[in-house]
Design a protein around this ligand. Structure first.
Ligand code: KOT
Length: 839
């Protein structure tokens, strides 16, 4: 029996069916689960039965680590990070857990011996799409790193019944399909039906003085729902730490309101049940666009209240009744403002329910929370109309008023007579309709505030939170984002992982800076050849996928230029299309032009109510249709829109990219994380000085990065002088031809109306300055094509990119949060000699 436990990893001594890791044990346990959990013989089992049997086999191995982690944290009363996020975009669990357990090869072999193909089983898993994009995926990467760094942590969020919609493309348009991710069950979660917490909504408050002379407020709600916990273990890489992701589902307090039922209001009772369950029914699919919907505020409050009540419950489990050290036990990170209501909720719990004096409660609250901002876009800044807020959370509104009153009193002391400043800083926006500004609540209620890339953190201090920065500069810092190399390299790019590990050993997976050892190999011709061959294999697999999925043939020898991310005007997918049309024009002008064959691959979802974003998808598909059919371009140009871009598809796409397109308008992309995933997989970047691009360029070297476009300062100047996009269009013959071609209906079967909003917007307003950056983008692309013709040079640059990307591991980011904000230490988890615990 070969045991595949990683060296140095303490483990159980017994080789039982639920914890053993030999191929033989894994195979037996798998067959056992197929029989006893799925209730199937192999003769009749479906692929899904096999997937589930395997998932349960792997889950058993997680549970051993998970329960021991929980027990250790409890015994040692470990300080714990709580990451509060409305989104966790996890991606499929099975492959990742196999990597982190160090069991991928063993299970692959066990499956092979059973006549099964592990890859096919991995493909069975429906990914939990409980997030929109960057913010949710970052939360998932951070959970991976917290566990890998052995930091006690709990992720708190919402168990949406329907995650981000599935995207289909019909006639070039996006069509949204509900994401029924729980359809076949979810083997990775453990429901805790006995862990139920009440959450109140609406109603009114009244106050009185109790018999000890204390002022007290009672909140009589209109509605109470209950939160039920669903737990998912999050395992670290080759450690015994498995942390907890606790997601909450809303339920009616009782299945029927018996009083209503008895008085004959059967439908009223049923409606109440439905209304409660609706709270966690579906993820709002808007990325960086606030929709001031009541249900959304209910979702936010619902999960924050559950999370904080749960923390208090855990705190009290250790025997402590008095909550004066709550902030020593827990540090809570607010993932943008979606959980910012937590500030008022913790105050309510401490003051109203645990009778703590206001000043002490406020001290604890401020020491507990820290806030990360993820966007500067004004339309994404959360603010809630006062009426709506007050009718749903009447007690919280009172608390916010009190927080604000005390806060503004302090400001007044520092800036006497500066009423303008008070107005700007106030948590309540009174400039027109009155609103609660959630970023202000988060900023006032936190001891630390950070942006997610150097440039973004600087802009944050100059724009959205400028007055807060002037008031308390010591609270501000930068924490540049990172991504986990486990999912984004080891799992998704086994070829590159093998090649790197052969040369520098396997430590880089945990210490990504070690990739730097690859630098000397950039000059090694043999290594470069292997490097290129790995990339080519990945491109072949993506080409096959494209053929299977949308029936378009692409040449893996062509330059794969990829732009995958949510569709948004500031991300400028349409700038890339203008470039594609420019290339097409050149080919039509000179049909025999020698040109590097290129494949442009797009992917991304548009918010269902975001008309322009949906039109951009139609635009890409329409241009693709015309170009891919035109015999003039022959094999020199292909355009592909891959439907339903998600984590699973990302894992196919990043390893196959030659060129990563990171072309947002400078100052708009807070950080970006796709940019990091591409570069870590050996793609070169064409990009603007925006978000983390700035730091990526600094890290890999300016000579290994294709830079174009106006800087933030240049754009500011352009706008100050009155930006007139038509001057750019008229002054540039090719750009004008491209815009005119679109307007002529060339890409819309002669329909001159279809893309009019898009083109007119560019001519007249061009908020995101595409036309101003067009020339520079086109010129830069020429340099890309020149370098690509020298494959040796390209490979060298690609190797240097990877070698110098170590900084962008989420492990680095989490270490910084631990040191600067959370002040939390690793806790080693040691597994007991026998599999199951006795106490
Ligand atoms: C959405 C709604 C409100 C506020 C912020 C968002 C948001 C920001 N959603 N995703 N982001 C992205 O977050 C990533 C992780 O920090 C960044 O890399 C990216 O630039 C943001 O756009």
């Amino acid at each position: 029996m070969t045991s595949l436990i990683p060296p140095g990893c303490p483990t159980v001594l017994t080789e039982d069916d639920r914890t053993g890791t030999s191929i033989e044990t894994l195979r037996r346990a798998f067959m056992d689960n197929l029989f006893f959990i799925q209730g199937r013989f192999p003769e009749v089992a479906t692929k899904n039965d096999y997937y589930l049997a395997l998932a349960y086999t792997v889950r058993d191995r997680l549970l051993l680590r998970w329960l021991n982690s929980a027990k250790t944290y409890r015994d040692q009363e470990s300080r714990t990070v709580c990451y509060l996020s409305a989104e966790f975009l996890l991606g499929p669990h099975l492959g990742n857990n196999l990597i982190n357990l160090g069991l991928y090869e063993a299970v692959e072999e066990a499956m092979r011996q059973t006549g099964l193909n592990l890859k096919e089983l991995l493909d069975q898993e429906e990914e939990p799409g409980l997030g929109n994009g960057g913010l949710g995926r970052l939360a998932a990467c951070y959970m991976d790193s917290l566990a890998t760094l052995e930091i006690p942590a709990i992720g708190y969020g919402i168990r949406y019944e329907y995650g981000i919609f599935d995207q289909e493309i019909r006639d070039g348009w996006q069509v949204e399909i509900t994401d029924k991710w729980l359809r076949y069950g979810n083997p990775w979660e453990i429901p805790r039906p006995e862990l139920i917490l009440p959450v109140k909504f609406g109603g009114h408050t009244y106050s009185y003085t109790d018999d000890q002379g204390r002022y007290r407020v009672i909140w009589e709600p209109h509605q109470v729902v209950q939160g039920v916990a669903y737990d998912t273990p999050i395992l670290g890489y080759k450690v015994n730490t498995a942390n907890l992701l606790r997601l909450w589902r809303a339920e009616a307090v009782e299945s029927f309101d018996f009083q209503a039922f008895n008085t004959g209001d059967y439908y009223g009772a049923v409606n109440q049940k439905i209304a409660s369950e609706n709270i966690t029914k579906v993820l709002y699919p808007n990325d960086e666009q606030l929709q001031g919907k009541e249900l959304r505020l209910m979702q936010e409050y619902f999960f924050c209240s559950c999370a904080l009540q749960d923390m208090i419950r855990l705190y009290k489990q250790s025997g402590k009744q008095d909550l004066s050290r709550f902030h020593e036990k827990f540090t809570v990170q607010l993932n943008d403002t979606h959980p910012a209501i937590s500030v008022a909720e913790l105050m309510r719990l401490l003051v109203d329910e645990h009778l703590m004096p206001w000043e002490q409660a406020w001290d604890i609250t401020r020491q507990t929370f820290a806030y990360t901002n993820h966007t500067l876009l004004p339309e994404a800044l959360e603010k809630w109309p006062l009426d709506l807020f007050g009718s749903l959370l009447p007690r919280h509104l009172q608390i916010i008023y009190e927080i604000n009153r005390r806060f503004l009193d302090e400001v007044r002391l520092q800036y006497p007579g500066d009423n303008d400043r008070l107005r700007r800083l106030s948590i309540i926006d009174e400039s027109g309709c009155r609103y609660v500004r959630m970023a202000h609540l988060a900023a006032v209620g936190s001891h630390a505030i950070n942006g997610v890339a150097v440039l973004h953190s600087e802009l944050l201090k100059q724009t959205v939170l400028r007055d807060f920065y002037e008031l308390t500069p010591e609270k501000f810092s930068n924490k540049t984002n990172g991504v986990t190399p486990r999912r984004w390299m080891v799992l998704s790019n086994p070829g590159l992982t093998r090649l790197i590990t052969e040369r520098i050993g396997e430590d880089w997976v945990k210490h990504l800076d070690q990739l730097r050892q690859l630098e000397p190999l950039a000059a090694d011709a043999e290594f470069a050849a292997q490097w290129r061959s790995v990339k080519h294999g990945n491109k072949e697999r993506l080409a096959q996928y494209i053929r299977d999925r949308i029936g378009v043939t692409v040449d893996p020898h062509s330059l794969f230029s990829i732009l995958v991310k949510r569709i948004h005007e500031y991300k400028r997918q349409h700038l890339c299309v203008l470039k594609v049309i420019t290339l097409y024009q050149m080919l039509r002008d000179q049909p025999h032009l020698e040109m590097v064959p290129q494949t442009f691959i797009f992917g991304g979802k548009a918010a269902p109510g975001y008309y322009m974003a949906k039109l951009i998808i139609k635009f890409i598909n329409s241009v693709a249709d015309v170009i891919n059919r035109d015999p003039v371009v022959r094999d020199r140009l292909r355009v592909v829109f891959l439907p339903n871009y998600n984590v699973t598809l990302g894992q196919r796409v990043y390893p196959a990219a030659d060129l990563s397109q990171q072309i947002s308008t400078a100052g708009y992309e807070a950080s970006g994380t796709g940019n990091m995933k591409f570069a870590l997989n050996g793609a070169l970047t064409i990009g603007t000085l925006d978000g983390a691009n700035v730091e990526i360029r600094e890290a890999v070297g300016a000579e290994n990065f294709f830079l174009f476009g106006h800087t933030v300062e240049q754009l500011q100047e352009l706008r100050c002088n009155g930006y007139r996009p038509w001057e750019f269009a008229n002054g540039h013959p090719m750009l004008k031809r491209v815009l005119d071609l679109i307007s002529s209906g060339y890409f819309s079967h002669g329909d001159t109306e279809l893309f009019r909003p898009l083109v007119e917007h560019l001519w007249q307003d061009d908020r995101y300055c595409l036309l101003a950056d067009y020339q520079s983008y086109v010129d830069c692309y020429q340099r890309v094509l020149q370098v690509y013709q020298d494959q040796a040079q390209w490979a060298k640059m690609s190797i240097l990119n990877v070698a110098r990307m170590g900084k962008f591991s989420s492990d680095r980011a989490i270490r910084e949060y631990c040191q600067d904000i959370w002040h939390v230490q690793p806790v080693k988890i040691v597994l007991p000699a026998t599999a199951y615990m006795t106490s």
